[in-house]
Write a protein that binds this ligand. Sequence first.
Ligand SMILES: [Fe+2]
Length: 175
Amino acid sequence: MTDRVNELVARLRGVAKSETARADIKALLEEAVADPVAFGDALPTYEEDDVILFEDETVSIWHCRFQPGKTVPPHDHKMLATIAVYRGAERNDFYERGTGGGLQKSSEVRLGAGDVFQIGPSAIHAVGCASQEPCCGIHVYLGALTKVDRSLFDLSDGAALRFTDENYLRLVADD
Ligand SMILES: [Fe+2]
């Protein structure tokens, strides 16, 4: 990892246990992507779309890249999530459970380079790339994301499925 990434990871870890972690993480990420081009230039080119930069029991830090024309399936995180975009744009579709067990889209938020957005533990979102180029960002979760039992949702019937690689890849949609 580059110095820039190491420094950001260290600072995020430093505030993750704080009583003001929510605000502190947002502030650190806002500062990091305030000059999104410079931030992106300081990062390595990651081979994988999803790269776990760090995880322990208190915080998970990912580099996420969304490819044009694809939307990842609706999912929850079971912990606070903070999204900071530094290149391209991502479309967040938020869903709520409907009375009949299905999923209903409740809102849509477009995040562009320099934007930071937080979503609560029970929020359900799908993420698509809203730019011609891949959308890149840092996603920070307040807990051990790979250890939590969380869900994916099948939009066709609203069914909640276990968050597994197999289910995830099956549900990735073409726009
Ligand atoms: Fe997510």
